[in-house]
Design a protein around this ligand. Structure first.
Ligand SMILES: [Zn+2]
Ligand SMILES: [Zn+2]
Length: 308
């Protein structure tokens, strides 16, 4: 049986006539027979695709042969089969929805800080580490002493500017899961007069892989069926609690009531007792789904939609 791979990639680079390039790329992906989701915008490309190792090699070579993407890094995960059920290649206004047009990410983004540099830098006195992820993500895991933002969507970041003003004259190091959001967030900060702006290159995931994730408390939220992954093998902790009984837990489930579908932290035993529901009203709701021990419902898997 051939091995499969999942590729994750993005690059902010101007794409002329992006709708035409999108159509062309869709044809190429179809012919190659791969699956996944690729977003193309005037500002760049962002995708995650799966296929056999051979198909994935072909895919990488194809994009690397295009001078716009010649230096684009691919994160490669080896897996047992396809990660996706279908193929989507779409044109969007932005590869990451932020809602502020005219951000020149390519030229304005913050300076990259590599994981081995970040280990030292994050504790220096004039440094402020800022988490640019959503509440649901940082509630379950974040860097110790990081500044977090009260947001449910990445596009709410501009509203939080007043919260960051006090740090304007300090060195700001931004981070997110894999780096794509920080590119835009740091460009935005610089456009608003923040002068010393940096970003953790490759995000939490690379920090975990390269230096063991020291001082990342809790777990790292991811936008697939795993929901959270461990990234800290140096000094791991749990920072979140079951919404029902308060015991330490990082176990996100979706409420079994399809109409509610609330995404919340619930330990395994409370989930059993509550039949996967967030309260008794949901538990007796006619739209309650069968709880299978995971709290993950394929059809209504809103958690799987990258909501940033
Ligand atoms: Zn519990
Ligand atoms: Zn509910």
């Amino acid at each position: 049986m051939p091995g499969y791979e999942t590729l994750l990639f993005y690059k902010y680079v101007p794409i002329a006539d992006a709708p035409a390039f999108t159509a062309e790329h869709l044809d190429f992906c179809r012919q190659l027979g791969i699956r996944g989701r690729v977003l193309i915008a005037d500002e760049g490309i962002n995708g995650t695709v799966s296929g056999t190792a051979e198909q994935m090699r072909h895919y990488r070579n194809h994009l690397h042969a295009d001078e716009r993407f010649a230096d684009m890094p691919f994160k490669i995960d080896v897996c047992d089969g396809h990660t996706f059920e279908k193929l989507q290649v779409r044109y969007r206004k932005e590869i990451v929805h932020f809602g502020v047009s005219s951000i020149d990410v390519e030229n304005m983004r913050g300076t990259y800080i590599e994981p081995h540099e970040f280990v030292q830098m994050k504790d220096e006195p004039d440094v402020v580490v800022v988490d640019f992820r959503n509440r649901v993500e940082w509630e379950v895991g974040r860097f110790r002493n990081a500044v977090v933002l009260p947001i449910d969507r990445f596009r709410q970041v501009p509203e939080c500017l007043p919260l960051l003003e006090p740090y304007k004259h300090r060195r700001i190091v931004a981070y997110c899961t894999g780096g794509i959001r920080c590119e835009k967030a740091t460009a935005f900060l610089r456009s608003k007069g923040f002068e010393q702006v940096y970003q953790l290159h490759g995000g939490i995931i690379e920090y975990g892989k390269q230096v063991g994730g020291k001082d990342f408390d809790g777990k790292c939220y991811v936008f697939d069926h795993r929901i959270t992954v461990d990234v800290n093998s140096v000094n791991p902790t749990l920072i979140s609690h079951c919404a029902m009984c308060g015991t330490p837990s990082a176990r996100y489930i979706n409420c079994a009531n399809e109409v509610c579908n609330r995404h919340f932290i619930c330990c395994a035993s409370c989930s059993e007792i509550m039949e996967g529901c967030c309260n008794n009203a949901c538990r007796h709701h006619p739209k309650k789904r069968r709880y299978d021990g995971t709290g993950f419902y394929h059809k209504k898997a809103v958690i799987n939609a990258p909501h940033f």
